[in-house]
Design a protein around this ligand. Structure first.
Ligand SMILES: [Mn+2]
Length: 337
């Protein structure tokens, strides 16, 4: 666990703090950001939050989410937040380019201290003044829990704890991966002590899907799932037309790739989702096949060893043909990994 005590000297009274997280924010991006928002507010600082684009609706219940500035909707206010900050926190991403178009403002304020808190491999250390990074945790939210615990645990409260729990439970797929260390469960047991009720929050997160999303999932599983037993690989591909047919909203396909991976015998899974100008690919693996290396080599992407993503700029047909060739090529390391 990084030593967060070294952060203490950064905080002048009433410092202007900007919290940022990555494009297409997930539960960990939002949870770790909002937890720090509550913590720094209670510590008397002036805090703003910027996300590159909108977050999924199932996270809107998180306390404080209404105060987040969205770059794609309100560029002027976000730009001002970047300029005014004394301290900029980068949460749950490892390099400025993960901010998308907002990355142009990452270094606009030359005097701001830039602090990274993240659990992705290979942090771009040159872009930050301080780096708190390890892959040995479930989530950035778990890191933020430890930050608060070592700096001023008296500022932990129920709102903060709920945000942290949301980050941990979503980044571990409800405690089914990235949670092999006891420290994760220690953090969760502490969060429960501060008022989190897991059954209530799990319901809010996992029982709030739109009918459209459930229909799209059903369609994916019955019509679009391709299983290649000899390559221990399964994938799903969705075109723009199919997404529109099911009234697609941001976040609707989140988690779909895990269904492909949960087919018995599968060690590698992918989902390809057509966007306006590219095809977004997400990869998952069980065991040792490093999907972050795979995504980096073939899809200009990256991520974690067992969960990564990237883009393809070919047609859907060419994208899938190329993927099928790659899966044959990597057969040995996939199936024996
Ligand atoms: Mn994360």
């Amino acid at each position: 666990m990084p030593d967060f005590k070294t952060l203490e000297s950064c905080f002048t009274p009433k410092a202007g703090i900007l919290l940022t997280s990555h494009q297409n924010p997930d539960g960990d991006a939002l949870g770790s950001m909002l937890a720090l928002y509550h913590y720094f507010n209670r510590s008397g600082h002036k805090v703003s939050m910027v996300l590159p684009n909108v977050f999924p609706a199932y996270l809107a219940w998180l306390p404080g989410s209404g105060d987040i500035l969205i770059f794609e909707r309100n560029q002027a206010a976000c730009e001002k937040a970047f300029r005014d900050a004394d301290i900029l926190f980068a949460l749950d991403y490892n390099a400025p380019h993960r901010l998308g178009e907002a990355a142009a403002f990452f270094s606009v304020n030359k005097t701001a201290k830039r602090i990274l808190i993240d659990h992705h491999p290979e942090p771009d250390t040159g872009s930050f003044d301080m780096v708190f990074s390890t892959t040995r945790v479930s989530s950035t939210a778990e890191l933020v829990f430890n930050l608060i615990k070592s700096l001023d645990y008296s500022k932990m409260d129920k709102n903060t704890a709920e945000c942290l729990y949301a980050g941990i439970v979503t980044d571990t797929g409800s405690f089914s991966y990235s949670c092999d260390y006891s420290e994760t469960f220690f953090a969760v047991s502490e969060l429960i002590r501060f008022g989190v009720i897991p059954s209530v929050l799990n319901n809010r997160i996992y029982s709030a899907y739109s009918e459209n999303r459930m229909n799209l999932l059903g369609y994916c599983l019955s019509e679009k799932l391709r299983v290649y037993r000899e390559y221990c690989t399964a994938y799903i591909a969705l075109t723009l037309e199919e997404l529109q047919r099911f009234g697609y909203k941001t976040g609707d396909t989140e988690g779909f790739v895990n269904y492909a991976l949960s087919v018995e015998g599968m060690k590698f899974a992918a989902i390809f989702i057509e966007r306006e100008n590219k095809i977004r690919a997400s990869f998952r693996s069980k065991g040792n096949f490093p999907v972050n290396d795979f995504a980096r080599s073939h899809y200009a992407g990256g991520g974690h060893k067992n969960a990564a993503g990237g883009d393809s700029f070919e047609s859907m047909q060419d994208t899938l043909t190329r993927f099928e060739n790659l899966m044959k090529e990597h057969k040995e390391s996939i199936c024996n990994g």
